[in-house]
Design a binder for this molecule. Structure first.
Ligand code: TA6
Length: 295
């Protein structure tokens, strides 16, 4: 990243434009390699469409696009807790980061058309920290081209930090009932639907509500014969993989999720949660990366 830009000026490089979507600040990416949309609220990557391919990320047609409401789909950034946190009592769900206004720190498009945006959130940008120390910096670097890469770096200030984090990516699939997710064979997991600890046997198939935290950092592949494609989800510095499909009843209970939309999506998330929460000494940093490719 070489250029630092003021998002209020027209200093954005060719291929990246600022726009407002329903009152939310966003950056539209349009290069020979890909198009995409990134919101300032939550540093939320909502769209990534590699040239010549259908959208890779799933975005609900019922999603809110409103200040203070989470976007349903794309890649929500969950930080500094996941769900209701390890205590089971934290609000807002998945932490304050996805509802907070991040600041554009840098934007670049390289000669091939790969676009990179860096967004930053500090404690002073957050209205209600829920008891989390104010002295931290979170930085999300998004690179979009024929691949999508997100790196979330959290750096502690003068206090130590203890947090959970996830890049909660939603993927578009031809039919969740017909895809296979491989890469987690023999991995231990917590089944959040039943509460039981299990061990994965073979590839994952979605046959009912699925909400699992795998204690495994392996590369996953969504094998989608119906769409004639394989989506590879590679992770770095992420001890957990979360897999989610809400199925029928849970979809109906979510106001920002169409009743039948569950067939077109699955979440494969890059995470450090529960016993794999991150502890940072003062001044220390930690980076977690998600990289998505198509074949
Ligand atoms: O990642 C799976 C999960 O934690 C599920 O338990 C489910 O609730 C989902 O995330 C979506 O959470 P949200 O707060 O966006 O409704």
């Amino acid at each position: 990243m070489s250029d630092s830009v003021d998002p209020d000026t027209s200093a954005l490089p060719e291929g990246i434009t600022a726009e407002t979507v329903n009152g939310l600040d966003a950056w539209r990416i349009s290069t020979p390699l890909a198009s995409g949309l990134v919101f300032a609220q939550g540093a939320h990557v909502a769209e990534w469409v590699p040239a010549g391919a259908p959208p890779v990320l799933w975005l609900s047609k019922q999603s809110f696009f409103e200040p203070g409401k989470a976007i349903r789909g794309g890649v929500p950034v969950c930080f500094p807790w996941f769900g209701t946190g390890r205590s089971g009592e934290m609000t807002p769900a998945h932490g304050f980061a996805r509802l907070s206004q991040w600041t554009l720190d840098a934007a670049e498009v390289d000669p091939s058309g790969e676009a990179t945006l860096a967004l930053v959130l500090t404690g002073s940008d957050v209205e209600d920290l829920g008891g989390f120390p104010e002295d931290f910096t979170a930085r999300l670097v998004v690179s979009m081209g024929s691949a999508l890469q997100l790196t979330l770096t959290v750096t502690a200030g003068e206090q130590e930090l203890d947090f959970e984090e996830a890049l909660h990516s939603y993927f578009s699939v031809s039919d969740a009932r017909r895809v296979q997710l491989d890469g987690l064979d023999q991995a231990r997991y917590l089944d959040k639907v039943s509460g039981a600890e299990e061990v994965q046997q073979g590839a994952i198939e979605f046959t009912s509500e699925t909400d699992r935290v795998y204690f495994d950092d392996g590369t996953c592949r969504i094998l989608d014969e119906g769409a004639a494609r394989v989506v590879t989800v590679e992770k770095a510095q992420s001890a957990n993989t979360v897999v989610w499909n809400p199925w029928i009843d849970r979809s109906q209970r979510m106001t920002d999720f169409g009743d039948d939309e569950w067939t077109g999506m699955c979440c494969v998330e890059t995470a450090n949660v529960l016993d794999n929460a991150v502890h940072l000494a003062p001044g220390q940093g930690h980076s977690m990366t998600l990289a998505v490719t198509l074949s």
